[in-house]
Design a protein around this ligand. Sequence first.
Ligand SMILES: *[C@@H]1O[C@H](CO)[C@@H](O)[C@H](O)[C@H]1NC(C)=O
Ligand SMILES: *[C@@H]1O[C@H](CO)[C@@H](O)[C@H](O)[C@H]1NC(C)=O
Ligand SMILES: *[C@@H]1O[C@H](CO)[C@@H](O)[C@H](O)[C@H]1NC(C)=O
Ligand SMILES: *[C@@H]1O[C@H](CO)[C@@H](O)[C@H](O)[C@H]1NC(C)=O
Ligand SMILES: *[C@@H]1O[C@H](CO)[C@@H](O)[C@H](O)[C@H]1NC(C)=O
Ligand SMILES: *[C@@H]1O[C@H](CO)[C@@H](O)[C@H](O)[C@H]1NC(C)=O
Ligand SMILES: *[C@@H]1O[C@H](CO)[C@@H](O)[C@H](O)[C@H]1NC(C)=O
Length: 656
Amino acid sequence: MLWAARGCFLLWLLPSILRARASPETRPSSPLCQQSPTKVSCKGVGLRKFPKELGQGIKYLELSNNFIQSLSGSNMPGFGHLEYLDVCFNQLEAISATTLAQLPRLRSLLLGSNHLDQNYLANGEAFHLLRNIEVLDLSVNNLESHMASWYISNLTSLRVLDLSGNTMTKLLAGTFRNSPRLRQLDLSNNYIMEIQEGAFEPLEELEVLNLALNSLHCVSGFSLLQLRVLNLSHNALELFSSEEGAEPYLLRVLDLSHNRLLSFPELPRAHDLTHLNLSNNLIASLLPGSPYPREFVLLYKEMQRFNRTVRPAAALTHMVDLDLSNNRLELFPFSFFHSLGSLHSLSLARNCLQDVARDSASNGTELSMRLLDLHSNALRVLPRWFFDSLPHLESIDLGSNSLQPCESQGSDQGKDLGGDPRTSAPGDTCTPLYNMPRLKHLSLSKNNISRLQPHAFNQTPLLSLDLSGNRDLSMSTGALGGLELSLQELSLKDNQMDEGQAALPCLGTLRVLDLSGNHLSLLPTGLSCSPLESLDIRNNNLQTLGTVRSWSHSLRAVSVAGNPWNCCSLGWLDTLRAAGVAVPDLHQSRCVFQEHGRNISARITGTPRWICPQPKGTASLALLMVLMGLSLLCAWAFCFLRKGRKATGCVGCRSN
Ligand SMILES: *[C@@H]1O[C@H](CO)[C@@H](O)[C@H](O)[C@H]1NC(C)=O
Ligand SMILES: *[C@@H]1O[C@H](CO)[C@@H](O)[C@H](O)[C@H]1NC(C)=O
Ligand SMILES: *[C@@H]1O[C@H](CO)[C@@H](O)[C@H](O)[C@H]1NC(C)=O
Ligand SMILES: *[C@@H]1O[C@H](CO)[C@@H](O)[C@H](O)[C@H]1NC(C)=O
Ligand SMILES: *[C@@H]1O[C@H](CO)[C@@H](O)[C@H](O)[C@H]1NC(C)=O
Ligand SMILES: *[C@@H]1O[C@H](CO)[C@@H](O)[C@H](O)[C@H]1NC(C)=O
Ligand SMILES: *[C@@H]1O[C@H](CO)[C@@H](O)[C@H](O)[C@H]1NC(C)=O
């Protein structure tokens, strides 16, 4: 039936091509600027020159995505009020002083993605006339360090400057000498290896500095006290340390991800830091002590200052979000996080964690965390004290570890099963996940759990539970006992379970269930308890869905592909359609029927029902359904195609 679908594609394609050809708006030669009294947009209309006649009093002019090569009109009446000019994505090489002299009120000048490395001496001189410019975008212009310096050398009102995507290799000492009011500076995506001493010194009002995607190896004596956001991600930093002194930093967000840090950065005065991103570094330990100086690729004199007897995190009392994912930690050092009294979210995903530990001083203390990500580590067991110390925990990702949940007896016993108070005891083999009244979201995917013990989550009123990727998982009827009145989302995906291994209790609030990638030939009984809205049963062994009506009352969507459906008992499909349930992957689904003693596989959407022995009267209905499905598919294909050609295509399609 695919050829038929293509046929209707082609038939409808033709008129739309003809219409597109005939429409005059698409001709690039006649610029169609959108104009309101003070605002003009000529974005992407094929301009080669600065437009001349645009009326008086315009304040906002957008000329991006054209082919303009120079701004050098000598006579530009009517632009005296211009405050905002966007000429990004053109081919600008030349900007004349006479032009800029006629724009006395210009505040924002966006020139990103042009060729302003050409004629930079003359252009830069013209820029000296831009007395009032506050926002300047010079990104992606192939500018080297000295060119950028020259362009901004006399722009004393500058507040926002974008120099990203150029070819700067160093920051020269005098570059920002005349831009003391700069608040936001983007230097990302250059090749900066060196920041000359004092380069940032004049920038006393700088709040946001982006140095991501450069080649910096070392930042020490970082002195921008008033900075709020600093992005140093994707550099080659081995060392980051801030300056000693009495005044506190105002820094709130520090992104040091994708560097080569070997230890937690020293930030003794960054009391206001709320977000710290250290993901993708080489940090192997958070405990005070040596940072393994021999592992540094480069040696710095600053390393002598490195005396890690203080706890580097001691001052970080406002830290909300700490990302330490993709490092080399082997131990979850409980006491390290103890001083981070505001910590809300912590990721230690993709480390090499094998155990959790605390010292006797932190016995009985609690961490404030609500979200904890420990996925992709090597944890075999988490002791009871660990969870008792995280009383506010709402969501924990324990995926891709080797944890086995403990059994509980049902009622509220359990705390005494927890084991040793300091580390996990050698005898512990399972992780107690019951009795955690605040926990709402839990992932145990890919933990090689072979058997889920009864009442494993008793008194832990989870809303969502991910048990996917545990090959051959077997669940007794009571395994999810205790979740009957809370669980809303459950994934048992890719577990290769058969119906004997997947017994579900009566889950009275379950809305989303993923059973894909198993060996089920029957759905678990008890589904009729659940107000299911979304069900995924792809890639199982199902031949029919039997009494669909009993559990489909609230269903909105069901995915069914990858099952050996019986072509001759597809009554469930009619029931689902009659109930308005979407079957998004029906076009990929196949069914099997017998002909001359052989099993033949066919597309469900293309199989006429007369191949089956049918009770009289139903066959024509079924055929009608198939035809309706097909025409819907065609209509959809048509809309899709038109949408791709023209933004308003689908509206036209509907009105046809
Ligand atoms: C820089 O601006 C000042 C006035 O703000 C002006 O006197 C000086 O000539 C300008 N320098 C250059 C090189 O244009
Ligand atoms: C830092 O820059 C990188 C690269 O551009 C970006 O992906 C990241 O989101 C930025 N970080 C912050 C905190 O904005
Ligand atoms: C930290 O950076 C990584 C990589 O750039 C990013 O994926 C992650 O979302 C960031 N974490 C936070 C908490 O912003
Ligand atoms: C590091 O601190 C210890 C203890 O405070 C002190 O004995 C040692 O001299 C210090 N080392 C350096 C290099 O400052
Ligand atoms: C921790 O505290 C509990 C009581 O709160 C006590 O029974 C236990 O011995 C303590 N453990 C350590 C290692 O101090
Ligand atoms: C998974 O668990 C079984 C025992 O239940 C064990 O024999 C097997 O080695 C484990 N596989 C992995 C990859 O850890
Ligand atoms: C055809 O499929 C049915 C049901 O899956 C199976 O029992 C039977 O053995 C198959 N017959 C052949 C010839 O493969």
